[in-house]
Write a protein that binds this ligand. Structure first.
Ligand code: BG6
Ligand code: MG
Length: 216
């Protein structure tokens, strides 16, 4: 297989917004009297805002109106925490990796469940590095469904089998594999062990190893 494009998840891969999502849910959990731990937060990685709320509610049924109200609050708390986000908040090694991929002439894209992805990428000052940004506003079926990645492949006009995804969530790894793409998992074996390659962090990614392993 021949890699022609790299597709990056954003939260936890390009910038570490995971603690900000956690803090926002935690604040909501205290107001709503719903227990919420760091372990609960792990279940939300990669999931859309609405799917996250449903997992957060642990089966408790609420009206669509209350759902919308809670989602708006959570997003407002999140925005308070990311208001000063800038280039300093890029995950170590990510900018060099993106530049190295561009230098190789490969396509580069973001595929994020977040509806805030375009806003965040522009705050980080790296929007110009990507051929395409597909976010949670553009899909109806969130990760672990493959739609987000298939839309991205379409946008950059590269066949899914020639794409490799960089992901930190179990839902994202599953979505990429279901899209018939290769995956680089970032994080522990228990979370991203199903990925084609796995590294503990972005700095560890070895481009030569990946590209050679895939050029038959
Ligand atoms: C994903 C995050 O990238 O985006 C999730 O991993 C988050 O934690 C989801 O819930 C939706 O984000 P947003 O910004 O649309 O609330
Ligand atoms: Mg992520």
């Amino acid at each position: 297989m021949n890699i022609k494009a790299f597709i990056f998840d954003m939260d936890g891969v390009i910038t570490d917004t995971v603690p900000y999502h956690y803090e926002s849910w935690k604040r909501l959990s205290e107001e709503e009297n719903i227990p919420f731990t760091k372990e609960d937060n792990e279940q939300l990685l990669g999931r859309s805002r609405l799917d996250s709320l449903r997992i957060f509610l642990k089966g408790k049924k609420i009206t669509p109106h209350r759902e919308a109200e809670m989602l708006e609050k959570k997003n407002q708390y999140f925005h308070e925490l990311i208001k000063n986000l800038n280039e300093q908040d890029l995950i170590p090694g990510i900018k060099d990796l993106l530049l190295a991929i561009r230098k190789l002439g490969l396509k580069l894209s973001v595929a994020s469940s977040s509806k805030n992805a375009k806003f965040i990428i522009s705050k980080l000052g790296i929007a110009h590095l990507f051929d395409c940004i597909i976010d949670g506003n553009l899909v109806t079926k969130a990760k672990p469904e493959p739609e987000l990645f298939l839309k991205t492949a379409d946008c950059i006009a590269v066949s899914p089998c020639n794409c490799i995804v960089v992901e930190d969530s179990a839902a994202g790894v599953e979505a990429a594999l279901r899209a018939n793409m290769k995956v680089i998992g970032i994080g522990p074996e228990e979370r991203v062990g199903k990925a084609t390659f796995r590294y503990n962090n972005i700095k560890e990614i070895n481009l030569t190893e990946i590209l050679h392993a895939n050029q038959n």
